[in-house]
Design a protein around this ligand. Structure first.
Ligand code: R5P
Length: 343
């Protein structure tokens, strides 16, 4: 079965006709494993999108069955995939092409499921003459024809404001908090660390869930992709530090943060984050850092060669429940009992 159907069969000729609802899920090539986890949980097959790359690098898509009248959920994080030979820009273009094809094939609604919303970190001008790429990608998706976006732990919640269509902003923080609570037990003297001022609210709520204190790091970026951590604000002495971030990209922030926290007296340091982008030399940087363990979710597939300290948890349950509720027009924030607004 490739669709989930609800509602009475439309029969007879008198109006109004109640439309049968059909849920369909397609996947871009950057998110195939996650899409498979979602369809397995939903109990539907994946709708084949017939994706190809032409010899000049252009992307082609043709859905291999009718998607007319369906709510089509297109799963694609805006991230490169070494295995598929895709750059982040290929993944974005592929998503746009899939949305365009779905629009033209008379779907009822097209929902982009982008657990990792690439380009979201450029969400304001930090210097004159820079682009705001988060806004650009929002415009591109809406121009291609999405009816809504389902995403996770945006770099800044305000990115939702670049969309005029609804955005369902989910969070993996409950998954990560639960994991840390289970691993650390009640005996460990834990302190939760925010790697920069932008994460304080998230860190405070994470710490509150664990019943632990939190501390903050003073971070500067002297150049793009270079992180310098100044000092720790708060007490970390003899405690097990857990750094909480939204993204790990080059690993520079985490490696510097871990060293600073240990220098301030922490006994051990771990890190958790929603999105493990791990670009460039991230694996080498993190393997040679003093971090004892790193946990990320599968919003971005972990490429080969990851060091043993990295562990992945799936966020498929949260996304599956979100898809189900969007399809059924039910409240999505119920998944978190409204607490997704806390992160
Ligand atoms: C910064 O504001 C973000 O929350 C992350 O700390 C940052 O993007 C991580 O990047 P990297 O791993 O390249 O230091």
């Amino acid at each position: 079965m490739s669709t989930l159907e609800v509602g009475p069969a439309s029969s007879g000729t008198s109006l109004p006709i109640e439309r049968d609802k059909r849920l369909m899920v397609a996947s871009g090539r950057a998110s195939q494993e996650l899409a498979a986890r979602i369809t397995e949980r939903l109990g539907v097959g994946l709708t084949e999108a017939g994706l190809k790359t032409f010899s000049d690098g252009e992307v082609y898509c043709r859905y291999e069955e009718s998607i007319r009248g369906a709510d089509l959920f297109i799963v694609q994080s805006i991230a490169g995939s070494a295995r598929e030979g895709l750059t982040v820009n290929d993944a974005l273009m592929e998503l746009l092409v899939m949305v365009e094809a779905a629009q033209g094939a008379s779907t009822h609604r097209v929902i982009a499921v982008c657990p990792w919303f690439g380009y979201s970190r450029q969400d304001k001008k930090s210097m004159p003459r820079e682009p705001i790429t988060a806004r650009l990608v929002a415009k591109l998706l809406e121009t291609a024809g999405i009816d809504r976006l389902l995403t996770m732990d945006l770099h800044a919640g305000q990115v939702q404001g670049f969309f005029s269509q609804p955005v369902d902003h989910m969070t993996a923080m409950p998954i990560l908090t639960r994991y840390v609570a289970d691993q650390m037990g009640e005996e460990a003297d834990v302190v939760v660390i925010s790697p920069d001022a932008g994460r304080v609210k998230l860190t405070r709520n994470f710490a509150r869930k664990l019943g632990a204190p939190y501390a903050l790091l003073e971070k500067q970026r002297p150049a793009q992709q270079v992180a310098e951590i100044g000092y720790v604000i708060g007490d970390v002495k003899d405690k097990v530090a857990v750094i909480v971030d939204d993204i790990i990209d080059t690993g520079g922030t985490l490696a510097a943060a871990a060293q600073t926290v240990l220098d301030a007296g922490a006994s051990k340091v771990y890190a958790v984050a929603t999105h493990g982008v791990f670009s460039g030399n991230a694996f080498e940087t993190l393997a040679s850092s003093p971090l004892s363990g790193i946990v990320v979710t599968d919003t971005v597939p972990l490429r080969e060669g990851a060091p043993d300290i990295i562990r992945t948890l799936t966020c498929a349950d949260t996304l599956t429940e979100s898809v189900r509720k969007i399809f059924a027009d039910e409240s999505v924030s119920e998944i978190f009992a409204g607490e997704n607004q806390l992160f």
